[in-house]
Ligand binder design. Structure first.
Ligand SMILES: NC(=O)c1ccc[n+]([C@@H]2O[C@H](COP(=O)([O-])OP(=O)(O)OC[C@H]3O[C@@H](n4cnc5c(N)ncnc54)[C@H](OP(=O)(O)O)[C@@H]3O)[C@@H](O)[C@H]2O)c1
Length: 219
């Protein structure tokens, strides 16, 4: 870990709850926000066992060096309305632009969820990351990284260099090898790839603890 950061978790469900917990265990200060019960947020903060607390969306954003946006696509506007000013903030999104039944992407080919999000928060520095990993494998990857040199890959993309560096640090902190896929527009490729991961994880016979690993063959 390079240095301690303050990270706001906007959406504390499967992804936000677990990633927030791991960020806290890696030494960062975390504020969990946005669940349907405050009790759940309280317990997440308690169980994270690091410097974690809970608060409103606005409180999670206020002093944050970065926020993780981890809600269903249909909740994005609600979150942004309550979150307050995101100007200048690093916004790491793992959200996939799925329809209400989670059966298909509602944005694809000519744009992406990440790009549409960036249009809603023009002054924020949006990075797409963590959307190509099932939540079920996150704790195992974190634990394995303490022992193994061979880390699974995790792709990310964005247009702001320092925001991407920050995101890459967090990806590394939770046990993955960050793979810079380029500008935010590459989200058009990454988001459908995330659906492939979901297909293999949830429709395959071997369970959702799935990771991927890119390598340059012969090197
Ligand atoms: N799960 C995965 O493995 C995975 C993998 C890749 C990408 N993604 C993407 O990541 C994003 C988050 O997925 P997830 O699986 O973490 O979703 P999730 O478990 O449903 O978490 C969403 C969070 O939003 C909260 N929420 C929903 N409606 C709310 C409301 N009306 N008021 C307050 N809070 C509300 C939920 O509250 P409660 O906690 O009370 O339910 C929960 O904390 C999605 O865009 C998804 O497509 C998920």
């Amino acid at each position: 870990m390079v240095s301690t950061m303050r990270i706001g978790i906007l959406g504390s469900g499967l992804m936000g709850g677990k990633l927030g917990t791991l960020f806290a265990r890696a030494g960062h200060e975390v504020v969990f926000s946005y669940a349907r019960s405050e009790q759940k947020l309280k317990m997440l903060a308690r169980d994270a066992k690091g410097k974690a607390k809970h608060g409103t969306l606005r409180e999670a954003v206020q002093d944050a060096d970065a926020v993780l946006l981890a809600v269903h696509w249909s909740r994005i506007d609600d979150v942004l309305n309550q979150a307050g000013n995101l100007s200048g903030k690093v916004v790491i999104t793992c959200c996939l632009p799925m329809n209400d039944n989670n059966t298909e992407l509602v944005v694809a080919y000519t744009s992406s969820g990440a790009e549409e999000l960036a249009k809603k928060i023009l002054k924020a520095r949006v990075v797409l990351a963590f959307n190509t990993v099932p939540s079920e494998v996150l704790f195992s990857v974190y634990e394995a990284a303490k022992r193994k040199a061979n880390r699974p890959s995790l792709v990310y993309c964005g247009d702001d260099r320092s925001a991407k560096e920050l995101a890459a640090g967090l990806i590394s902190d939770v046990g993955f090898d960050p793979v810079d896929a380029g500008p935010l527009q590459i989200a058009r490729y990454i988001e459908p790839f995330a659906l492939l991961i979901g297909q293999l994880a949830y429709e395959g016979e071997e369970g959702p603890e799935l990771v991927y690993h890119f390598e340059r063959f012969g090197k």
